[in-house]
Design a protein around this ligand. Structure first.
Ligand code: DLL
Length: 416
């Protein structure tokens, strides 16, 4: 089925998207050369800079009469990227989210609060359409106005919340301040979290503080939005909806395909989308396609949770460090809260590497000795796993910035 779809998609793209045709011609490859699935690796990659360079319509394959929605994602600089989609593209995306929700055990009896932002970001409308299609009652709060979110959650008997994991942690802090206990005062049972890397340690913290089950939903604007993959009840990774999204893992340096079981950059081809199809799109997300079968019985392949992006990697004192590693080290110390910042700056001679982390309210004290014990634990945890000794600054509860959407945890001022 994947091969049949690819054999339609490649000529469709070749005929309609000049950039793709030019790249194929340069490589001396023709659509008819796709005879087996393995032949896909002969075709050129697409990447974010292509979308930026061809902004806004250069990679659009369908005529304007068929385009029915735009979503954009912000670039780090200048213009955003823009993904025009057909009604069928939106339908495929909706189905991906619906399948995820159903896999998480959500049914039409659930009340789903969508606290992802609505608009050009795909989180809000993606979760909304998927939940509505499943027959749930949807509460489209969008992001922000946290106290009102908590009031509505209580009053409307919300059972499912969709938001970034970092926003849920903020919501939990505000709920505590308002005297709202999720277990006692709400019907909340599930959280559908994604849009940013989050470690299993944060997942555990979320489940402990709220009593809900935290589910992982993965996706990106270029490929659809949320709902490209989600975890099953075994939480052993995320099933990719492979009938719509064809995954590959490549070595991020050589770009050669890697066998299942090896970590590299996730590359996705959209098998059915016709508005802005993506062929071998380099996501920059680091993952692995797992080998073997999943005990849940689903046969769609499983990718590891995305713990980092290749462009997130920091090189500090010559050591490669991912923010998620720091997060995992911090979460090993129960006295610190899941709110932290990594700050880097440089002097003439060396990098300054500081980790600021909030102390849990019940562990916070104004005695130097009490704080010093926690600081040493944090320092030892980072030293053991990352091999570096950053400056550790413990800060009082609720003092670091919070975000309503994707959180920015790294400030890198080196070389500025
Ligand atoms: O973040 C789509 C989305 C919305 C996914 C809501 C899940 C929930 P973009 O803004 O284009 O789209 O950002 C996509 O976010 O390449 C990953 O780096 C990261 N990301 C998304 N989901 C996860 C996840 C949306 N579950 C980028 N785990 C992707 C880790 C994630 N990273």
């Amino acid at each position: 089925m994947q091969l049949e779809k690819l054999q339609k998609l490649i000529p469709y793209e070749y005929d309609r998207v000049p950039l793709f045709r030019r790249r194929c011609d340069e490589k001396g490859i023709k659509p008819r050369d796709l005879v087996t699935l393995a032949d896909l690796a002969k075709f050129p990659f697409m990447k974010k800079t292509d979308l930026r360079d061809e902004y806004p319509y250069g990679l659009t394959a369908a005529p304007m009469s068929e385009i029915n929605r735009f979503h954009c994602s912000s670039g780090t600089t200048g213009k955003p990227i823009c993904i025009p989609q057909t009604a069928n593209d939106v339908e495929i995306w909706t189905e991906g989210v619906m399948r995820c929700l159903s896999m998480y055990g959500i049914t039409k009896d659930d009340v789903v609060q969508v606290s992802y932002g609505y608009g050009l970001f795909t989180g809000g409308l993606g979760a909304h359409y998927g939940a509505e299609k499943l027959g749930c009652a949807v509460l489209p709060t969008s992001a922000g106005n946290t106290e009102r979110q908590i009031m509505l959650m209580k009053d409307l008997n919300v059972t499912v919340i969709c938001c970034t994991p970092s926003y849920f942690l903020h919501l939990a802090t505000v709920a505590e301040k308002l005297g709202v206990d999720f277990r006692r005062d709400t019907k909340l049972r599930h959280g559908i979290f994604g849009a940013e890397p989050w470690t299993s340690e944060i997942r555990k913290r979320i489940e402990e503080i709220s009593g809900i089950t935290a589910h992982d939903i993965y996706g990106l604007t270029e490929i659809a939005g949320p709902g490209v993959a989600g975890n099953c009840e075994y939480c052993n990774g995320l099933h990719i909806w492979e009938d719509h999204f064809y995954p590959e893992i490549v070595d991020p340096d050589t770009l050669e395909p890697l066998p299942d079981g090896e970590e590299g950059e996730l590359v996705i081809t959209t098998l059915d989308r016709t508005g802005t199809p993506m062929i071998r799109y380099r996501t920059r997300d680091l993952s692995r396609l797992q080998t073997g079968t999943c005990p849940c019985g689903r046969t769609m392949r499983v990718m590891d949770r995305v713990h980092a992006r290749s462009d997130d990697m920091l090189i500090i004192h010559g050591v490669n460090v991912f923010p998620s590693q720091i997060e995992a080290c911090l979460m090993k110390v129960p006295q610190v809260a899941p709110h932290y910042m990594i700050e880097l700056s440089s002097t003439d001679t060396m990098d300054r590497f500081e980790v600021k982390v909030e102390v849990e309210p019940n562990a916070f004290s104004d005695t130097i000795s009490g704080m010093e014990t926690i600081r040493k634990k944090v320092s030892a945890s980072i030293k053991e796993i990352v091999g570096l000794s950053p400056i550790i600054t413990l800060v009082p509860p609720n003092t670091l910035p919070r975000s309503e959407g994707k959180i920015k945890r790294v400030i890198d001022n080196r070389g500025k």
